[in-house]
Design a protein around this ligand. Structure first.
Ligand SMILES: Cc1cc2nc3c(=O)[nH]c(=O)nc-3n(C[C@H](O)[C@H](O)[C@H](O)COP(=O)(O)OP(=O)(O)OC[C@H]3O[C@@H](n4cnc5c(N)ncnc54)[C@H](O)[C@@H]3O)c2cc1C
Length: 158
């Protein structure tokens, strides 16, 4: 564990490497009935830092999680490896092309994207019932759908 912590601290500052038991427990569950205690929770804030986290160490199972989302029902949001939490720094949303497209970072909550698109009379295709908590990283990775989006409206260009 000490080795793991030392290695992570070479990549990220101490404030963004969480190895205390209380912090690991705080991130140990999603909305499923599974419970996995991560070895560490890390919070990268740049693409370079994310790349470094994913390259280190190869034997450890890591899992990206947009953050407070964690609404997955089948244990997708938990890991006993390294949990890469993106919730604090990845919340940008920019409507483009007169609202016909939107560029989002992974920790933007789905309903917030719809809020940003409202002036253009547009919304994103996926409409999971958890849209006020689920984040774009989780919505895309899970290919989340909803009662209204069917197949056609669920199309998203990544
Ligand atoms: C009350 C309730 C209602 C729900 N209703 C629906 C519904 O109608 N339709 C539906 O499809 N689902 C539904 N779900 C399931 C779940 O909410 C969705 O799948 C949602 O999209 C998950 O988003 P999240 O941000 O919570 O992701 P998380 O649970 O945090 O993560 C989901 C998966 O995505 C991965 N992931 C997250 N962020 C990233 C990233 N940045 N890069 C790479 N991988 C990433 C995680 O590793 C994990 O495997 C519901 C859940 C609840 C609790």
């Amino acid at each position: 564990m000490k080795e793991l912590e030392k290695g992570l601290l070479r990549i990220l500052p101490p404030a963004r490497v969480k190895t205390r038991l209380i912090d690991r427990y705080a991130y140990a569950s999603d909305a499923s009935h599974f419970f996995l205690l991560p070895k560490a929770v890390v919070q990268p804030e740049s693409i370079e830092e994310i790349k470094n986290c994913l390259h280190f160490p190869k034997s450890i199972i890591y899992r990206l999680r947009s953050g407070a989302g964690g609404t997955s029902l089948s244990g997708q949001g938990v890991t006993d490896g390294i949990l890469v939490d993106l919730s604090n720094y990845w919340r940008k949303v920019v409507a483009e092309n007169n609202g016909n497209s939107v560029r989002v970072e992974p920790a933007v909550i789905g309903s917030y994207v719809n809020h940003a698109l409202k002036p253009y009379g547009r919304k994103i295709g996926p409409d999971p019932a958890s849209i006020t908590a689920a984040m774009m990283g989780g919505i895309l990775s899970n290919n989340a759908s909803g009662m209204c989006c069917g197949v056609v409206q669920n199309y998203i260009t990544r």
